[in-house]
Design a protein around this ligand. Structure first.
Ligand SMILES: *Cc1c(COP(=O)(O)O)cnc(C)c1O
Length: 378
């Protein structure tokens, strides 16, 4: 029996809600389940607008669209992230400008942002890695002083807070993912969070193929037609029905994951003490959602050996991002500002361990036992 890296969450009511959507003969977008999910996200983030989308990638594309990113506009972001953070802007002619990360949280180093700003800079895109918040006060302050927008890639950060504020609701735009690898999921899905009112009407239009159909259904306009360029970024009710079952159980899912996270964290405390590995850092003012448990090996070779050891015992760990600035498309479409001290070096040491809703204590004990065995610690 293999211990997988991820198992998509399933709480029990998903199929019942999908059946309800089917029987109501309402399976296209923006039905009652989508409305419930949108409201839940608004309550969670305190934002003025929350719209389910077909993915976090698409929510980020919408953010770039709403910012009217044009050829040559620059967006400052970390290179240690998923392709979509950068790709969404590149699609509109934007140029990702990467700065280095902090080794403790693997998040963008807020102290390097200001020096990377030019007259072409339009936005700062931050990524809350593993659901641990970036230094948002410093980042919002820089953005405010330079007139830049802040886009939060909160794909991994549903239900997380930074100094009491919900991640995804601090910047101008927040982007969540409900991909099957995320804490709450519907296979493929996401959400766009709009902190202020100002982008809401335009967001509603671009998500509905550039029409004002949604505004029409809300009674805000009396005719529905094509009024601007747009696309089709709203998900089916079937996805929303699945997702709603998970939102209802969000606290149970998070609690279960946090218990697993804590078990890993305690089990490796002595190995960190002995200098054999590094555990994740969670600042005291961050609450997280146990999206991920990772360890950092002393070097890349040791990580390779540990992966080999675990897979030989049917445990499937996972490394993570290849820094975007060194990827084929990254070399063409983006640039790195300053020195890559930590991005590449730290990414080569990081290893994610199996983590999912209802990971059994037995399986987890086996993962822990095999990691400890590797380090000759019984
Ligand atoms: C998962 C993830 C995405 C992409 O989410 P999709 O919903 O699959 O588009 C983007 N950014 C980060 C940091 C992610 O972890």
């Amino acid at each position: 029996m293999k211990i997988n890296f991820n198992v998509p969450p399933y709480t029990g009511r998903e199929t019942e809600y999908i059946r309800q959507a089917v029987e109501a003969q309402k399976i296209c977008g923006d039905g009652p389940f989508t409305a419930k999910c949108n409201e839940w996200l608004k309550d969670l983030t305190g934002a003025k607008g929350a719209l389910l989308t077909t993915s976090c990638t698409h929510a980020t594309e919408m953010s770039a669209f709403l910012l009217h990113i044009r050829e040559g506009d620059e967006i400052i972001m970390p290179s240690y992230t998923f392709v979509s953070t950068a790709n969404a802007f590149v699609l509109r002619g934007g140029v990702p400008v990467f700065v280095d990360i902090r080794p403790d949280t693997m998040n963008i180093d807020e102290n390097l942002i200001e020096a990377a700003i030019t007259d072409r800079t339009k936005a700062i895109a931050v990524v809350h890695y593993a659901g641990i918040g970036c230094e948002m006060d410093a980042i919002m302050d820089i953005a405010g002083r330079h007139g830049l927008a802040v886009v939060e890639d909160a794909a991994q950060a549903i239900l997380c807070t930074w100094r009491g504020k919900p991640l995804g609701g601090i910047g101008d735009f927040g982007n969540f993912s409900f991909h099957e690898t995320k804490n709450l999921s519907c296979g493929e899905g996401g959400a766009l969070i709009l902190r202020d009112e100002k982008y809401l009407d335009e967001a509603i239009i671009i998500r509905e193929k550039g029409t004002n159909r949604t505004l029409y259904k809300m009674g805000k306009v009396d005719k529905y037609s094509w009024i601007a360029p747009g696309s089709s970024w709203l998900p089916s009710e079937l996805n929303a029905a699945y997702l709603w079952a998970q939102m209802e159980m969000a606290d149970v899912i998070t609690g279960d994951r946090l218990a697993s996270w804590e078990r890993y964290h305690e089990a490796f405390a002595d190995l960190e003490e002995a200098g054999k590995l590094t555990r994740p850092t969670v600042p005291a003012y961050c609450t997280h959602n146990a999206h991920m448990y990772y360890i950092k090996c002393r070097d890349h070779e040791e990580r390779t050996a540990l992966i080999r050891h675990l897979t030989s015992h049917d445990i499937l760990p996972a490394s993570h991002y290849v820094p975007l600035h060194s990827a084929e498309a990254g070399l063409k479409y983006s640039r790195f500002h300053g020195e890559d001290v930590y991005t590449t070096a730290e990414s080569l040491k990081l290893l994610r361990l199996p983590m999912y809703y209802r990971l059994s204590e037995e399986d987890q004990a086996e993962v822990i036992r095999r990691v400890r065995e590797f380090y000759h610690a019984a």
